[in-house]
Design a protein around this ligand. Structure first.
Ligand SMILES: [Zn+2]
Length: 305
């Protein structure tokens, strides 16, 4: 059993008008999911950069509509996850789907829009994508600023509503500011910078801050976040897991594939169905307890509420 805390299938479904039921362009579609050990999949709302500011919130709502119309409604065995108990209640033949948000561009300066998204089921608030928004800078923004006062209000709201603050993509100063304030911290898709020196990965100091805050980090399968050479294997990903375990993150790592968010994947790990190979590989290398923790227990134990 696996819980995956980040994929961009909703983005692809929205951009390319493809069908969740069978379109092969999706790394996460219904048959691949059913043929995988993934019990709960998080679906991110990511509004692309090129969408004009005034249309971004509508696009976020359209993606939420796709989530309900194409994933939840037609599939009675896929349950909408809103709280920890929804995961614990899943029967053997059932799976769970949860909404998350990647980047705050779509709410502009309107906190009520974020309140509505939370009411519609968003359980994880990604503070930024790579550029700046009105809450904080992303790590691609050269200004590299931390939280604005509005960003602090966002975190206050997340704390009140008991939802995760997701620090993937955030600027270094933003990370420092946000981790102090947020009650429930996750970095939904990032690896170790000691193993692969990519700016989206976390250095040991960042990782220690997440551990101190009792937060979570989602190991991700984006090739460039795994190795700096041309090809990555599942074994290369396991080096990251070894490092996280070595520095004491056993209770703080989960999986955050980023399926459908990139086409640069680890060999033999390019769709949700390939989780079977990863599951086998970790079982061969780590203890049963460690495998259970990273696969699903850490996520469930840290679920805000
Ligand atoms: Zn991302």
């Amino acid at each position: 059993m696996i819980i995956d805390c980040h994929c961009d299938a909703l983005l692809k479904m929205w951009l390319h008008k493809v069908d969740f039921t069978d379109d092969l362009v999706l790394d996460v579609n219904l048959p691949k999911w059913l043929n995988s050990p993934v019990k709960v999949q998080c679906f991110a709302i990511y509004v692309p950069e090129h969408i004009p500011t005034e249309s971004k919130f509508i696009v976020a709502l359209e993606m939420i509509d796709l989530f309900f119309e194409k994933i939840i409604k037609p599939n009675p065995d896929i349950k909408w996850i809103k709280q920890k108990e929804d995961i614990e209640r899943l029967k053997d033949d059932e799976k769970g789907a949860m909404l998350t948000l990647e980047g705050l561009d779509c709410i502009g300066y309107d906190l009520f829009k974020l309140r509505l998204l939370i009411r519609l089921g968003v359980k994880m608030i990604g503070m930024s994508w790579n550029t700046a928004n009105l809450a904080v800078d992303g790590l691609g923004e050269s200004r590299a600023a931390g939280l604005t006062d509005f960003g602090k209000e966002v975190i206050q709201l997340a704390n009140q509503e008991k939802v995760w603050i997701d620090l993937a993509h955030i600027s270094s100063q933003g990370f420092k500011d946000a981790i102090k304030l947020a009650d429930h911290v996750i970095v939904s898709h990032a690896n170790s910078r000691s193993i692969c020196d990519h700016e989206r990965n976390l250095n040991d100091h960042h990782i220690q801050r997440v551990i101190d805050k009792n937060g979570l980090i989602g190991l991700t399968f984006v090739k460039n976040f795994v190795v700096s050479k041309e090809k990555a294997t599942i074994k290369d990903l396991l080096y990251h897991m070894v490092h996280f375990l070595h520095i004491g993150a056993e209770n703080h790592i989960v999986f955050g594939s980023d399926f459908d968010g990139t086409d640069q994947f680890i060999e033999h790990l390019s769709s949700i169905a390939d989780y079977r190979s990863l599951e086998l590989a970790i079982q061969q290398s780590f203890s049963k307890e460690q495998c259970q923790k990273v696969s699903y227990l850490n996520f469930i134990r840290h679920f805000p509420g």
